[in-house]
Design a protein around this ligand. Structure first.
Ligand SMILES: [Zn+2]
Length: 315
């Protein structure tokens, strides 16, 4: 984990992308302190908190969650005295996870790996990098709809809703005078994106908005720092996958067969290229005119991702 000053008083908290759950976060040392996202477990979030204390030992006034996924919110309880800001849909999804006590389910899965089908092993291996004990999902306590403007010691900070793209409740954090955007999972850099609720069209629209601001630095949700080039490259990926998926959809192939036929070219160099299946599956949902929040079965998706990997390994 590395804390890097990317503009005056603005810090990115970066974790090397080692697969599922290894996310980035951020800290703005203005206006009483503003943290952007937490990590997938309490140990990692404590490490993050210690790094922020080296910049400012004071309690942090605000925490922003860019979206609900656990690798961005499951350390929230370490900021429970802060104002926790997010989009309404982020809070709704967290509420559902809290009712299911998802961290405890993950922990139970770690203890009983044999209870899961063999094809789930790669997913369980990825989750084993994290310690889900003690997590009490702590929901945002300040919600907004389209945009929220914060004044951080005279510097503007805009929270902008751009979903449903990667999830239903995606927001970006834009600091115009610093020319910095914390993109959450709207930007994956050099790693293959995964989408949940939402659409390709909205995700591309969100990337276009980021590109239009011409930020000098983008902090992606996953992967190394980038500039506008990172947003443009991801946009190209989505357009490519969407158009390829349409060809195979029209030929009547299922999403897994379509994924096997797509030649990713240089995109194959991104980490976990097999997540392509997620993106093809999503495109198919759109071709079938299913709603952006149609129920999805994550285990089913992951098992097809694993099958795609196995297929490539066998070639
Ligand atoms: Zn993430």
């Amino acid at each position: 984990m590395e804390l890097k000053e990317i503009a005056k008083n603005i810090y990115a908290c970066l974790q090397e992308d080692r697969g599922l759950g290894w996310s980035n976060a951020g800290f703005v040392n203005l206006g009483g302190g503003l943290a952007i996202d937490t990590f997938y477990d309490l140990n990692l979030t404590k490490q993050m908190r210690e790094l922020y204390k080296t910049i400012s030992p004071e309690p942090i006034k605000r925490l922003v969650n860019t979206h609900h996924n656990g690798d961005h919110t499951w350390g929230n309880q370490l900021f429970k005295d802060a104002e926790i800001i997010a989009h309404r849909h982020c809070a709704e999804e967290m509420e559902k996870e809290k009712k299911r006590n998802l961290p405890a389910l993950f922990q139970a899965g770690q203890k009983r790996p044999k209870a899961f089908p063999a094809e789930m092993k790669p997913l369980l291996d990825a989750l084993n990098n994290f310690d889900y004990s003690g997590i009490e999902l702590t929901l945002p306590n300040r919600l907004f709809e389209d945009k929220l403007d914060l004044d951080l010691d005279g510097y503007p900070c805009q929270l902008i809703y751009v979903g449903p793209a990667h999830t239903s409740g995606d927001i970006i954090v834009y600091l115009p005078q610093h020319s910095v955007i914390f993109a959450g999972d709207i930007v994956f850099r050099h790693c293959t994106p995964v989408g949940w609720e939402g659409t390709h069209a909205k995700w591309i629209e969100a990337l276009d908005l980021i590109i239009s601001y011409k930020p000098e630095i983008i902090v992606p949700g996953h992967g190394p720092l980038c500039g506008v080039d990172g947003a443009k490259e991801l946009r190209t990926y989505f357009e490519f996958v969407y158009s390829e998926a349409k060809l195979f959809f029209d030929e009547g192939l299922d999403p897994l067969e379509a994924s096997k036929k797509i030649n990713l070219g240089t995109f194959a160099e991104w980490t976990e290229p097999e997540r392509l299946y997620f993106n093809v599956y999503r495109a198919y949902r759109e071709f079938r005119k299913e709603p952006w929040n149609a129920p999805i079965n994550p285990l089913d998706l992951f098992s097809n991702v694993v099958e795609l990997r196995a297929y490539w390994n066998g070639l």
